[in-house]
Design a protein around this ligand. Structure first.
Ligand SMILES: C[S@@+](CC[C@H](N)C(=O)[O-])C[C@H]1O[C@@H](n2cnc3c(N)ncnc32)[C@H](O)[C@@H]1O
Length: 272
């Protein structure tokens, strides 16, 4: 059938013959196997008119109350539920919980050591540069070479700290040398994330998966490295808006798109 014939077909015949009718009398016969019209709007509109129509035909955003200058939460969503990045950190640690065993070190507190290691942990060490932190068992600057014991830990949980160091590579190398043979270093760093409102002057870096892989490869000699991106367009928007993980659908949280990364996670295995 030629395009002209298609143009003049009436809606009534469309209904009876399984053709799709538009508001105008134009009808489009569908290629049912590919579910694609044999004649598309594109074929019917001259190219110059098409160029003028393009802005009108573009999908229009419906911002609703997302169009705002301040996020719903200024606390990463803590006041609404679980912050989206924390949801991903927990997912990553859950996937690697078998690594959390023996002598385990963590920065700031032992919350993830306790949550994911449980009874498999024989020693807990809490590292912090902040000597006022009552939970700290080792007060040390992670980025200062030699500040941590050598070959001391079976597992080092290094979450959300490297981006605060002026030299993240030195911090990684120091954490890595503190592992026992066969030990594991579990690292998370922010990718698409707001600047921390409380510590803006020490919030220094954001990472891509390739950037984290490169940093680890150059700082941790002979390590086996796995880097995984967590996040997607919708979870990144939700995180920036201060929405909580509980406000997203399970499928949205499970879908990871390497083009829109909220959190980069690295599992580093020291040779035995
Ligand atoms: C944003 S908190 C994150 C800590 C925790 N691992 C978490 O995931 O919630 C950063 C912690 O790193 C500590 N910190 C910052 N710079 C440090 C450094 N150079 N050496 C050791 N600890 C550092 C801070 O004092 C703070 O307790």
């Amino acid at each position: 059938m030629c395009a002209l014939e298609q143009r003049v077909r009436q809606r009534s015949s469309a209904r009876s013959s399984g053709l799709i009718a538009l508001r105008t009398p134009l009808v489009f016969e569908l290629d049912w196997t590919g579910e694609r019209p044999l004649t598309t709007l594109r074929d019917l509109i001259p190219s110059r008119a098409r160029a003028r129509l393009r802005p009108l035909l573009r999908a229009r955003p419906r911002w609703g109350n997302l169009r705002r200058s301040a996020p719903f939460s200024d606390r990463y969503g803590y006041d609404r539920g679980t912050p989206v990045d924390r949801y991903f950190i927990e997912q990553f640690l859950d996937q690697n919980r078998a690594d959390v065993r023996g002598s385990v070190a963590e920065i700031k507190s032992s919350k993830y050591t306790d949550a994911f290691g449980g009874t498999h942990v024989s020693e807990r060490h809490v590292i912090d540069i902040d000597s006022e932190n009552p939970a700290a068992t080792i007060v040390a600057d992670l980025a200062a070479r030699g500040s941590l014991p050598t070959r001391a830990f079976d597992c080092f949980i290094l979450t959300q700290t490297l981006h605060l160091l002026s030299d993240p590579s030195a911090g990684l190398a120091n954490a890595y040398q503190s592992l026992r043979p066969g030990g594991r270093l579990l690292v998370t760093v922010p990718s698409i994330a707001r600047v921390d409102p409380d510590i803006g002057d020490t919030d220094l870096w954001r990472f891509t998966p390739a950037g984290l892989f490169s940093l680890i490869s150059s700082s941790c000699e002979r390590a086996e490295v796995d880097v995984a991106p967590y996040g997607s367009l919708v979870t990144a928007v939700a995180f920036l808006e201060g929405l909580a993980a509980e406000e997203l659908a399970e499928e949205e949280l499970r879908h990871n798109d390497p083009s829109f990364v909220v959190l980069c996670c690295g599992r580093i295995a020291a040779p035995s």
